[in-house]
Design a protein. Structure first.
Length: 256
C-alpha cells in the first residue's frame, strides 16, 4: 500500500532536483517530478526509481510551469490518481551564465535581452505563482501543506552581471511572504531557501578559480556548500519540525 504523503518538485531535472526528491522520499513521500526538459526528466526519474523507498512511488510530468493550463492539467491527473500534494518545492529557475574568460556573469543590463529577462521572470515568478496557486488548492483540501521556494543569496546580495537573476530571486522572497499571509489560515506554510555557493556541476564549470577562492575567503565556514545541505534545509521546512515557521527566508550559505 502506497504512502499518502506526496511531494512535487518543479525544475526537477535541473540543479538540486534530484537531491530534494531523494531527501523527501527518505521521509516517506511519494515524489512527483515536473520539468520542461524531457530528456533529463527521464534520466532523473530512472535514477530515482532505483533508490526509492518501499511503499512509495515516483511520477513524472512534462510541463511548462509558466503555462497555467499545463499546470492545471498535471493537477487534474494527480487528483484522478488521488495524489493530492502535501509539499511543493518551487525549484525551477533560469540559471545565470558565467563568462570564464572575463571572469564575470553574462547578464549585465546593457547586454541582456528583454527576451531573456522575460524568460527569467516567467519561470522564476510566474511559474512559482501558478504552481503555488494550483497546488495550494490540494493543500487546502488536505487542510495542511508546505510550499518551499528556492531562491538564492543573490536575492540578498547584489552581484555584477546578475541583475535579472537577482531581481527574480528577490521578488520570489516577497512573493513568498505575501502568499504566506494569504494561505496561513488554511494551515499552509510558505518559506524560502536562499542557497549560497553550492557544489554543482554548473558552479564548477562556470566559476573561475579566482572568483571561487575570493568567495570562499569571505565565508564564515570556509568551504563550498553541499547539495545535500540545501536538501536538508528543504527537508526541515517540509516536516512538522518547522510547523510554526512561515513567511521566512532560510539562508544556507556558510555565513556569507
Amino acid at each position: 500500500m502506497l504512502n499518502k504523503k506526496n511531494a512535487l518538485i518543479t525544475g526537477a531535472a535541473g540543479l538540486l532536483g534530484f537531491q530534494h526528491a531523494l531527501a523527501l522520499n527518505e521521509l516517506g513521500f511519494n515524489i512527483i517530478l515536473i520539468d520542461i526538459d524531457k530528456k533529463n526528466l527521464l534520466l532523473i526519474h530512472n535514477k530515482l526509481k532505483k533508490r526509492i523507498k518501499k511503499n512509495t512511488a515516483i511520477h513524472s510530468y512534462l510541463c511548462d510551469i509558466s503555462s497555467e493550463s499545463q499546470v492545471k492539467k498535471v493537477s487534474l491527473e494527480l487528483k484522478k490518481k488521488k495524489l493530492l500534494i502535501d509539499v511543493l518545492i518551487n525549484n525551477a529557475d533560469v540559471n545565470p551564465q558565467m563568462d570564464k574568460y572575463k571572469g564575470s556573469f553574462t547578464g549585465r543590463v546593457e547586454d541582456y535581452s528583454i527576451e531573456n529577462l522575460t524568460k527569467e521572470l516567467k519561470v522564476g515568478i510566474i511559474g512559482t505563482f501558478i504552481c503555488s496557486k494550483v497546488f495550494g488548492e490540494h493543500m487546502k483540501i488536505k487542510k495542511k501543506g508546505s510550499i518551499i521556494n528556492i531562491s538564492s543569496s543573490s536575492a540578498i546580495e547584489a552581484n555584477e552581471g546578475r541583475s535579472a537573476y537577482s531581481a527574480s530571486k528577490s521578488a520570489l522572497t516577497i512573493l513568498s511572504k505575501s502568499i504566506a499571509r494569504e494561505m496561513g489560515s488554511s494551515n499552509i506554510r510558505i518559506n524560502t531557501i536562499a542557497p549560497g555557493l553550492t557544489d554543482t556541476d554548473m558552479m564548477r564549470n562556470n566559476t573561475p578559480e579566482k572568483i571561487f577562492n575570493t568567495t570562499i575567503e569571505r565565508l564564515s565556514i570556509k568551504r563550498v556548500g553541499k547539495k545535500e545541505e540545501i536538501a536538508n534545509a528543504a527537508l526541515f521546512l517540509a516536516s512538522d519540525l518547522s510547523s510554526y515557521i512561515t513567511g521566512q527566508t532560510l539562508s544556507v550559505d556558510g555565513g556569507m
